[in-house]
Design a protein around this ligand. Structure first.
Ligand SMILES: NC(=O)c1ccc[n+]([C@@H]2O[C@H](COP(=O)([O-])OP(=O)(O)OC[C@H]3O[C@@H](n4cnc5c(N)ncnc54)[C@H](OP(=O)(O)O)[C@@H]3O)[C@@H](O)[C@H]2O)c1
Length: 236
């Protein structure tokens, strides 16, 4: 048993999830990564396990075995940008796939986690500013993140003794941002802005997000249910 406890993170093959996994291991947590692909470089770590699971496969989500004990933290991080297109060009299949990964899977995992994992626990979601700002071409993504923000608000109301939070990471330098920069401006008119942000060095480092999230996880005084990670100032 680690002094820090257990942390379960979805979507650990790259980006923010991988950074959280690395930072948590470095701090002494026992980490269970969940996703379709394992990350490279963690396989020899004694406190690391990887549970393969395509989170769009709901029967598999319901069979997932949580590794944890007293003081377990769930970080619902896996996500997809979904279809990038003006709304009339988005198909039912694309909407469903986006909602399944960004909304249904984290809701179902959280429900099971609250019911099945005993003792002290915390739940985090990787949210987005896109939940609160309208972005042309991202109808499914914006709607999915708005849904998970509101879900977290409701669950926080229902379980006042459990820390339940959504962190908005800002524009983070991950494969998802590379995907954004590669979309067509007729589908996503803001693409020049995202390219400019990248070329100006304005993207946040995923390690900074991870460091601040772990600070919040360990803090007695928590921020509001939905909070921007940029608001977190590390006090050593
Ligand atoms: N980057 C940003 O600027 C930004 C801003 C706001 C919010 N976010 C959110 O941050 C989270 C992480 O994204 P990221 O930026 O770090 O991008 P990323 O590197 O593309 O990470 C997405 C993760 O989700 C996993 N994933 C995708 N489909 C999956 C599935 N069906 N089952 C299980 N895992 C799946 C991916 O793994 P595999 O593809 O290997 O399975 C990957 O590990 C997402 O929820 C995203 O919406 C990102």
């Amino acid at each position: 048993m680690s002094a820090h406890g257990h942390i379960i993170i979805t979507g650990v093959s790259s980006g923010i999830g991988l950074a959280i996994a690395r930072a948590a291991l470095a701090k002494g947590y026992v980490v269970q990564g969940v996703g379709r692909r394992p990350p490279e470089g963690l396989e020899d770590h004694t406190n690391w396990t990887f549970t393969p699971c395509d989170l769009t496969d709901l029967p598999a989500v319901d069979k997932l075995v949580f590794h944890g004990g007293a003081n377990t933290i769930l970080v619902n991080n896996a996500g997809t940008l979904g279809p990038v297109a003006q709304s009339e060009n988005v198909t039912a299949e694309e909407i469903s796939a986006c909602m399944l990964l960004n909304v249904t899977a984290p809701m179902r995992l959280t429900a099971r986690f609250l019911k099945e994992v005993p003792g002290e626990k915390q739940v985090y979601f990787t949210g987005s500013g896109a939940a609160q700002h309208t972005i042309s071409g991202w109808s499914a993504y914006c709607a999915s993140k708005a849904a998970i923000h509101m879900y977290a608000e409701v669950v926080a109301l229902e379980y006042p003794d459990v820390a339940i939070h959504v962190f908005k990471p800002g524009k983070v330098d991950t494969p998802m941002q590379a995907q954004i920069r590669n979309t067509k401006s007729e589908d996503f008119p803001s693409v020049p802005h995202f390219i400019e942000e990248y070329e100006s060095g304005n993207l946040v480092d995923s390690n900074t997000v991870a460091e601040r999230l772990l600070y919040v996880i360990e803090a007695q005084d928590k921020p509001s249910v939905v909070f921007p990670i940029s608001q977190i100032k590390l006090i050593s």
